[in-house]
Write a protein that binds this ligand. Sequence first.
Ligand code: ATP
Length: 284
Amino acid sequence: PSMKRGSKLFKQNFDFNSMGIGGLDDEFAQIFRRAFASRIFPQALVKKMGIQHVKGILLYGPPGTGKTLIARQIGKALNSKTQPKIVNGPEILNKYVGQSEENIRKLFADAEAEYKSKGDDSDLHIIIFDELDAICKQRGNKNDSTGVGDTVVNQLLSKMDGVDQLNNVLIIGMTNRKDMIDEALLRPGRLEVHIEISLPDEMGRRQILTIRTQELSANKVLDQDVNIEELASLTKNFSGAEIGGLVKSATSFAFSRHTVKQGDGIETQDLQHMKVTRGDFIQA
Ligand code: ATP
């Protein structure tokens, strides 16, 4: 099958807006093309062509742009029945010496056991590292006086190299600081596909605003005059999380005006009150 057909298959399977993710269609398509094609195409062909599955991807970019949202959807997109394991970088660093490496070992244990018994029939296990930079500062970094990071990175590297024999593991690392990630982790066979998740453009903001106001709209508590297009143009440099915050704060602002009655609701002025809390939100 051609890549085009693959992309079509992918798009049919995943409707990002209905997943509540806005403005990241291109990024999703990129992830598919660069990381998942081999997992979706017929496995006989993949084997014949000697294609190796991508074992790890790095999602990087500013905070609140939807990295966690994407990572959580990837398992569903790949029909994985096993719940993804999400670990937080700082949480894995345990104050007891040796415990952090043990934590990493445990993360991989289920996938390893299943692969041993089922081989390629094993379900896909996804391990998500949030705030990866916390454990993966460049080894030997002088600012890291504990040295704990070093051993954790080494343990992670040895597990990832072991993943070479496991077809059922996909690792997703997330960070706001790609520059802080140990280079060794970013090499081929490890977190080899790097996808930038940047701030949404105007179209993306429009989609996110639509998603975030959908329920209000359905519940008829969004004033009909609220103009999503205009708000999208006013929220330049807002992240998805900040747009979510804007709608939430508009909701409580409307509430505090005591105007939420039947047939009345959140108005443009409520959404624009954000200019009070965020300097760069300019009123039309
Ligand atoms: P961090 O780097 O701070 O962990 P992140 O990129 O992982 O941030 P998320 O946790 O995915 O960000 O986003 C936080 C919240 O912001 C989401 O739960 C969602 O409500 C909203 N949000 C962020 N981006 C989007 C988006 N593209 N579409 C819809 N909602 C979004």
